[in-house]
Design a protein around this ligand. Structure first.
Ligand SMILES: [Zn+2]
Length: 303
């Protein structure tokens, strides 16, 4: 196992950089550890990352018994595939999830099937999705506050778009937004879309607007890391969503395939030049996820 790395975001929030044995998954799986009187983990990563997650908690001197919550931003395999396994190692943790994700955590068969279909070998290497016992699950309510003690209260927001069952978390005292993938993905400082099928532009934009209204100072991405110009980054993401949607929509309507669309998009959006700086495995991971994001937008344009 590659040793996890712990990065301090604020005195109460730490980023746990986990590196499961999946090609190209370096600086990609980043659960957050939030510590008040109670502790919460935001996402667990896939099953293959659970040994690293437990090692990170150990390194952070947090007893697994003292984790009160797993806050699941959404149930894609790279975020929540490991929740079923983690819950056994964290005996007092409840899983806070979007109401629409509840059933998939109890019975992940359909989730596993779709992960295999979309991600293929990445899903196999991520490891199986185990069910979560229903009595360990709490359904989130939009706007609810989760009190972790020591004056630390997290605000929970429903932010559908990247997935229909997506949550974002806001810590108001330090103005930190833990956006999951509602604000896209940031690799090497560059923002790219995370719009897999079934994608709906209006719903995604209204979630981004909800996050913009919070005016966060710091924006923490699931993939990957935290940045200080939070509000500006949300505005950039909003603009990219509109521009990419128009561009991909018209390319799809004249019959271009995803490969051709990606090629012309790389000409148009120079932020995608980050692709040239990646090592081979990370490059293939990014191409596969970008292709899926293009499919999402192209599919919604032709629907
Ligand atoms: Zn993800």
């Amino acid at each position: 196992m590659i040793e996890p790395e712990i990065l301090t975001v604020t005195p109460n929030i730490r980023l746990l950089h986990l590196q499961p044995p999946i090609p190209g998954y370096s600086r990609f799986i980043g659960p957050y550890l939030i510590s008040g009187e109670k502790n919460a983990v935001v996402d667990t990563g896939p099953a293959a990352a659970i040994p690293a997650l437990l090692s990170a908690l150990n390194k952070a001197a947090i007893d697994p018994e003292n984790i009160s919550y797993i806050l699941s931003t959404h149930i894609h395999i790279d975020h929540a595939g490991g929740v079923g396994g983690a819950i056994r190692a964290l005996p007092n943790a409840k899983v806070l999830t979007h109401g629409r994700a509840h059933q998939h955590l109890i019975n992940p068969a359909a989730l596993w099937e779709s992960s295999l279909k979309v991600l293929g070998d990445y899903a196999v290497k991520s490891g199986p999705i185990e069910p979560v016992p229903e009595d360990r699950i709490i359904d989130a309510v939009d706007g609810m506050k989760l009190d972790l003690g020591c004056n630390l209260a997290l605000e929970v927001y429903s932010t559908p778009g990247h997935s229909a069952h997506h949550l974002s978390l806001f810590e108001p005292s330090e103005s930190v937004l833990l956006a999951g993938e509602a604000a896209g993905v940031c690799i090497k400082g560059k923002i790219r879309l995370a719009t897999p099928p079934p994608f709906k532009l209006e719903i995604t934009l209204s979630s981004v607007d909800k996050l913009i209204a919070l005016k966060p100072l710091k924006l923490c991405y699931s993939h990957f890391g935290c940045y200080n110009d939070g509000l500006n980054r949300l505005k950039i993401y909003r603009r990219k969503l509109i521009e990419w949607s128009e561009f991909i929509g018209s390319a799809a309507r004249i019959g271009k395939n995803t490969e051709q669309i990606l090629e012309s998009l790389r000409e148009k959006d120079r932020d995608l030049d980050y692709l040239d700086k990646l090592d081979r495995d990370v490059y293939y991971r990014e191409i596969s996820l970008l292709t899926n994001s293009i499919r999402g937008i192209a599919g919604s344009a032709s629907a």
